[in-house]
Design a protein around this ligand. Structure first.
Ligand code: IPE
Ligand code: IPE
Ligand code: MG
Length: 237
């Protein structure tokens, strides 16, 4: 299957979970799990491109993940830098355009620089929009949008009576990106963990028991097949 069929999602979002447990099962340090997870990212990006998925959003680091031990946070940031420097040039050749959502100014400065240059380098690509959620929390995103709306109203640029759901959607970090059709979470946890709360209102959810480093092309295809079998009603009958 290489063509995008009408039942295939336009936008897939993934909560990439289970790196730590994958490593523990193998008696390895957690950082090895994160490194193996980066390989799954490469494979999933490639498969999305093959399947003509237009948007892929990956939850890479949450607002809450800052509370992990300093050494783990440092290892994750080092992996992010390595991913941006080594993997993005390869992905750029395949037509991947990179975006990032989250409170990016909280990232270490060298990560911000690597991120900005990867975004700039890939900005004219059109095959697949890859959105990395970094230092991302959905509540924080909604708070930031609310603050922006309040500032615009206080300055007299926005009539409070005119505020509708579009006013909020266009002030989220994801402005201009269609809502995810399919949300996948690996490692069996049945929760959202503060990811894209607004945008997943009508997403189909697929949870797989596989740990993220074990999630490969065949698993993605299986999730997409499950999506194709769902009946999306959007409140109608
Ligand atoms: C996902 O794997 C990666 C991040 C959240 C950064 P985890 O590190 O959460 O792995 P588990 O859930 O402890 O197995
Ligand atoms: C969600 O995974 C965040 C990412 C995948 C980046 P967590 O492992 O942080 O979520 P919880 O703590 O199990 O809810
Ligand atoms: Mg986890």
């Amino acid at each position: 299957m290489s063509e995008r069929n009408p039942h295939s999602p336009e936008h897939i979002a993934i909560i990439m979970d289970g790196n730590g447990r994958w490593a523990r099962e193998k008696g390895l340090p957690r950082r090895d799990g994160h490194r193996a997870g980066a390989e799954s990212v490469r494979e999933v990006v490639e498969t999305c491109k093959e399947l003509k998925i237009k948007f892929l959003t990956l939850f890479a680091f949450s607002s809450e993940n800052w509370s992990r031990p300093r050494t783990e946070v440092q290892a994750l940031m080092a992996l992010l830098r390595e991913f941006l420097k080594k993997k993005i040039p390869e992905m750029s050749k395949q037509g991947v355009r990179l975006h990032a959502i989250g409170r990016l100014h909280d990232l270490p400065e060298d990560c911000q620089e690597a991120l900005n240059s990867a975004i700039a380098e890939t900005s004219s690509n059109t095959a697949l929009d890859l959105i990395l959620a970094l230092s991302y929390g959905a509540r924080e995103e909604i708070v930031d949008a609310a603050r922006q709306i309040a500032c615009e109203a206080a300055a007299g640029h926005l009539d409070p009576e005119s505020i509708d759901s579009n006013s909020i959607a266009t002030r989220l970090y994801t402005a201009g990106i269609p809502d995810p059709d399919l949300l996948i979470r690996t490692s069996g946890e049945c929760r959202i963990s503060n990811f894209l709360l607004w945008q997943i209102s009508y997403a189909e959810i697929v949870i797989t028991d596989k740990f993220w480093p074990d999630f490969k092309a065949a698993d993605l295809r299986q999730a997409i097949d499950e999506y194709a079998r769902r009946n999306r009603r959007f409140g109608a009958i």
